[in-house]
Design a protein around this ligand. Structure first.
Ligand code: FES
Length: 97
């Protein structure tokens, strides 16, 4: 199960392997800010509080965009973080502004 916490909406949906957190949020109409869809604007930034091991490792774009401390605290870019494996994942959209 994938718990998506958008700015004004929370939804629990089925995670789809190979899909990004942003793609799944958009599919289920959870308000999740985004702009570039390719890891440069950071508007889709989010924090994973559960199930990080079920997602892909941070991409080059995330390593460029996020500080090491943010990565340690579970921050990811929603357009880059993809579901690798089924299980429980909890993610909260936390853009900088
Ligand atoms: S939508 Fe721009 S970084 Fe994800």
């Amino acid at each position: 199960m994938l718990n998506l916490n958008g700015r004004r909406m929370r939804k629990t949906v089925e995670p789809e392997t190979g899909w990004s957190i942003l793609d799944i949020a958009l599919k289920h109409e959870v308000d999740w800010g985004f702009s570039c869809m390719r890891g440069t604007c950071s508007r889709c930034r989010c924090q994973v509080t559960e199930g990080m091991e079920l997602l892909n490792a941070p991409t080059e774009e995330e390593l460029d965009a996020l500080e090491p401390e943010e990565l340690e605290q579970g921050f990811r870019l929603g357009c880059q973080a993809k579901v690798k494996q089924a299980g429980t994942v909890t993610v909260t959209h936390k853009p900088y502004f």
